[in-house]
Write a protein that binds this ligand. Structure first.
Ligand code: HEC
Ligand code: HEC
Length: 250
């Protein structure tokens, strides 16, 4: 009885995610097929997209063989999905169309709502070169994320101003009941900067990179106990982003 209830809640939560994230309609059948465990797998996929090496405790030093030789990045970071395809999932036509993360590669948007089985084939190809560094379960989770987890961020974040279309007051209630525990009331409890001469608070990163921040809000932060807000509606996740953008940047 209890398990049925939990599965029911997960399916409802997923329905909200799907109803907003899908660029083409997802049928009731598709949702029916997603049991509680599928939801867990989807949530894992979003985390692996961010940084599968941190999540799996894998260490790689060399640059990914398919990362363009003249690209600006080097080393292990080039193995992260986000490095080649972007935080906004739009690759060279998105936020990584220029600057220190420009690789000239495509995004993954055209694979939204695709059959995960077809996506696994792409992830296992020679271009991706992941081999057995990822388990079958990891491949399935990533494919589920590509198919059902990614969203068209331009519907929810203004590309010019970088501002979330969410509601700050609503977001504050969620932030102040969850994120506050680790990041503090003003988002400055943890300085996430690796550069001694700069700070990186929630307010800093949310304004600098709203796409990354939204991804972290939805899926969590790999290799840490940070929570995921995937169980909320996308609208509420955008509200949290709006609140984060109102926090002090320094
Ligand atoms: C080193 C760069 C690199 C990394 C890292 C990378 N990819 Fe790719 N990916 C590519 C290239 C190259 C293609 C072929 C399309 C192209 O030429 O841009 C591609 C294609 C894809 C496609 C098909 C997109 C299309 O429209 O053809 C999907 C989906 C995809 N990758 C998902 C992922 C996922 C998920 C991860 C992380 C597990 C990942 N990729 C990591 C380079 C990368
Ligand atoms: C249980 C503790 C915990 C909670 C709760 C938590 N976080 Fe985090 N968060 C972390 C840790 C730890 C990091 C990694 C810090 C580092 O890199 O030094 C992190 C990283 C982040 C980052 C990544 C910044 C970057 O540039 O890498 C963002 C954004 C973020 N958190 C936002 C949030 C938001 C929004 C919430 C509420 C929905 C939240 N966090 C809740 C612990 C938490």
């Amino acid at each position: 009885m209890k398990r049925t209830n939990i599965q029911f809640l997960l399916i409802i939560a997923l329905f909200f995610v799907l109803s907003i994230s899908a660029s083409s309609p997802v049928t009731a059948d598709d949702v029916q097929k997603l049991t509680g465990m599928k939801f867990v797998q989807l949530a894992r996929g979003g985390m692996l997209y961010d940084n599968w090496m941190a999540e799996l405790g894998v260490k790689i030093d060399k640059t990914h063989p398919s990362y363009p030789a003249n690209g600006p990045q080097k080393g292990s970071g080039t193995w992260r999905c986000k490095e080649c395809h972007g935080w906004d999932y739009k690759g060279k036509v998105g936020d990584y169309s220029k600057g220190s993360h420009y690789s000239g590669l495509t995004g993954i948007r055209s694979y939204a709502n695709m059959d995960p089985v077809e996506i696994v084939k792409i992830l296992k190809n020679d271009t991706h070169a992941f081999g057995d560094r990822l388990s079958e379960n990891d491949y399935d989770a990533l494919a589920l994320f590509v198919s059902l987890g990614q969203i068209d961020v331009d519907l929810f974040i203004n590309r010019e101003t970088k501002k979330s279309f969410g509601d700050i007051a609503s977001g504050s209630r969620i932030y102040l009941a969850t994120c506050i525990k680790c990041h503090g009331v003003d988002g400055k409890e943890i300085d996430m900067s690796t550069d001694k001469n700069a700070v990186l608070y929630i307010g800093t990163v949310a304004n600098k990179n709203p796409y990354e921040t939204l991804h972290k809000i939805r899926w969590g932060h790999p290799g840490t106990p940070m929570i995921s807000l995937l169980f909320l509606e996308l609208k509420e996740q955008l509200d949290v982003l709006a609140f984060c953008q109102a926090l002090p940047e320094r």
